[in-house]
Design a protein around this ligand. Sequence first.
Ligand code: ADP
Ligand code: MG
Length: 254
Amino acid sequence: MRIVAVISPKGGVGKTTVTANLASELTKSGEHVLALDLDPQNALRLHLGMPHADPAGIARLQKGQSWKNALQKSQFGMDYLPYGTVDETHREVMEEQIRSDAEWLARGLDTLELDDTAIVMLDTPPGPGLYMQQVLSVAHIVLVVLKPDAASYSTVPQMESLIHYYTERRKDFLGYCVVLNQMDATKQLARDIFSILRSRLKDKFIPTGIHRDEAVCEALAYQQPVTEYARHSSAAHDVSQLAAWLQKTYGLID
Ligand code: ADP
Ligand code: MG
């Protein structure tokens, strides 16, 4: 099993979009993929053709209960595990569970009894936060999503030290990488941030990036991954390049 966590310190950069589309791309190439939503906003479902919030989800499972109880199948072929709808009481119980058990996520994933070739795509809320330690303790690959703006760029050092802190002693950690999403090559600032990131991060920077593309917004409106909605769009092409880069760099697919 390979776990790919999609993280960023900021909201609205494209974590959920990247998670859903990479999950779709890998599914299309024949992989067994599980897309897991760790964000209380429950937005991943909107990209996977599941418009209705489902109360059942990992946040509603009791301690010791198998996460298989909340598993769903998307019409796009991947398995999907929702966060679930929670009221204040459930939220407090859950947050307490997570704070008191550093292995909450690892244990939950174990209950799924996934086969060795499965790929888990983790969508996360903006970090650092309650889930970050859990995520960085299980992920084999961490994919940081940034937007080409100053606010996003300024978070890089903090992100790098956080990743380093939680993963340096882990023998099964393969590495982290950074993808620039919503790239617009007609903008000088976007081109500058692209170059600065590339020279700073070197081989951790994914050179292809993902372009800003209206098809991504349209796909979301129709509750589909862009890889399904507009196969020949520039964003879908970028996602397939991203999957190829992850395969070449980390051997993501066995
Ligand atoms: P996050 O999960 O980091 O909060 P989202 O994936 O929800 O971010 O994306 C935030 C918004 O940006 C969404 O409305 C999404 O449709 C839009 N978006 C994300 N990536 C792109 C892109 N490459 N081109 C155009 N719009 C995008
Ligand atoms: Mg999100």
